[in-house]
Design a protein around this ligand. Structure first.
Ligand SMILES: [Zn+2]
Length: 223
């Protein structure tokens, strides 16, 4: 790849000494040397210009890595390898805040939350157990339901967010057996294993964005 500045400079020194031993004006080889020396100087100047900006951060990075390396903990690794750290951050994202989680939900519900959150989170919030499920027969008061919020404040999600909601809903639908799913509701559509052949069924209009499940994916589990 590119030559080091030191190598170019030492070759320049050699050329310089050869050049000074000749008579430039009367010698063809002297002119050749002069031209070569000029070329080398330009090359050195170019190398100096291009390598100077990267050399500063490189020195800083290696310095950071050395310092961090002596410090216990994983910080040094992150600092030394920005690419891996970024990738790790993207994958090992924060857990969503679960409202009404813990021992108020069933092990099956807990597993669904962990699975979906790891794959699609973080969500604005995940609302699981609550005393008032909002309607008779709700699975929220028994700890067998969770709402994965797609948007907040009762606002209709953007097209991109709706697409994300469908990705969650369809993922859970595809894995309904292993996740122990009873039914899924999203965007005014419901799907249940007991009526799987009917696909996503349109529900009645309940009036609001939240009541029609446009701002959250509702998931109920069997036990
Ligand atoms: Zn719900």
């Amino acid at each position: 790849m590119s030559e080091g500045i030191a190598a170019i400079q030492s070759r320049m020194a050699v050329l310089q000494s050869q050049f000074t031993r000749l008579t430039p004006a009367s010698s063809a080889s002297g002119q050749q040397f002069a031209a070569q020396l000029t070329a080398e100087r330009q090359k050195a100047a170019a190398a100096g210009t291009t390598s100077a900006p990267p050399s500063t951060p490189t020195a800083g990075t290696s310095g950071t890595a050395t310092t961090s390396g002596t410090t216990p903990g994983a910080t040094g690794t992150s600092a030394a390898n920005g690419t891996s750290a970024t990738t790790a951050t993207e994958k090992a994202h924060d857990h969503s805040k679960v409202i009404g989680g813990g021992d108020r939900i069933t092990p099956t519900m807990k597993k669904v939350i962990e699975n979906v959150d790891a794959k699609f989170g973080p969500f604005p919030t995940i609302g699981a157990w609550r005393a008032d499920g909002g309607m008779p027969g709700s699975d929220h008061p028994t700890g067998k339901a969770a709402d994965f919020m797609i948007s907040t404040g009762g606002k209709m999600p953007s097209g991109a967010k709706l697409k994300e909601g469908w990705e969650v809903a369809n993922y859970v639908k595809e894995h309904a057996d292993e996740l122990g799913i009873k039914y899924i509701i999203f965007a005014q559509h419901i799907w249940s294993p007991s009526r799987a052949s009917e696909g996503w069924r349109l529900m009645e209009d309940r009036g609001s964005v939240t009541q029609n499940h446009f701002d959250h994916v509702h998931i109920s589990v069997e036990r």
